[in-house]
Design a binder for this molecule. Structure first.
Ligand SMILES: [Zn+2]
Length: 198
């Protein structure tokens, strides 16, 4: 490939990233290609490492480079309370909120039948098996305050009903129609403290 070809290839990959338009892509490419190119090599190595090593936690499906994520592997966490979230980013949001000491379960998205996101593409059955293994007192459904998030929570609660576990939902008050990502740490902490029976 010619030099113009490889640069065009880099720009094309960069513009696929969320929030990166053509101008930002060009700025990043020039930054990476300037000087001794140390940043380009370090970035390439970091990307290779995450692509090779990061996978879902065998217990909660959070992203990790081990078999168990650091949260599942922490004996000080309360394994009796599971907070069910859509994505690993939501785990980070709750961890920043700082008032949750239980474990998580990452669904891998939310139900969106029109986009082909059916229940079999999410980790509902692993969640039910986890609860059936015993030791879980409460499952907090912390899906996003959107129609799809509510539908996902309803599906989860129906799937969990036969287990007899106590099921709660985050308090309202989060910006409705948006992802949990947009809620700040204090709002999330309050929504968690104010949770109610589903
Ligand atoms: Zn985990």
């Amino acid at each position: 490939m010619s030099e113009a070809g490889v640069i065009a290839g880099l720009l094309e990959e960069l513009t696929k990233l969320p929030g990166i338009g053509p101008k930002s892509a060009e700025r990043i490419a020039h930054f990476l290609l300037a000087g001794d190119r140390r940043h380009a090599v370090e970035l390439a190595n970091a990307l290779q490492a995450v692509a090779d090593k990061v996978r879902p936690c065998s217990e909660c499906f959070n992203l990790t480079d081990g078999t168990l994520c650091p949260i599942c592997g922490d004996p000080k966490r309360d394994a009796g309370v599971l907070c069910v979230v859509e994505t690993p980013r939501d785990v980070n949001s709750f961890e920043r909120a700082g008032n949750f000491r239980g474990l998580y379960h990452v669904l891998g998205g939310r139900l969106a039948p029109l986009d082909g996101m059916g229940p079999d593409r999410l980790t509902f059955s692993a969640l039910v098996s986890r609860v059936n293994r015993g030791g879980v007192r409460e499952v907090i459904l912390a899906t996003s305050p959107t129609l799809e998030g509510d539908g996902t929570a309803l599906f989860a609660s129906t799937a969990l009903a036969p287990t007899g576990v106590s099921i709660t939902r985050l308090a309202r008050g989060l910006p409705s129609g948006s992802s949990l990502e947009l809620a700040n740490a204090q709002m999330l902490a309050e929504a968690l403290d104010g949770r109610r029976t589903f």
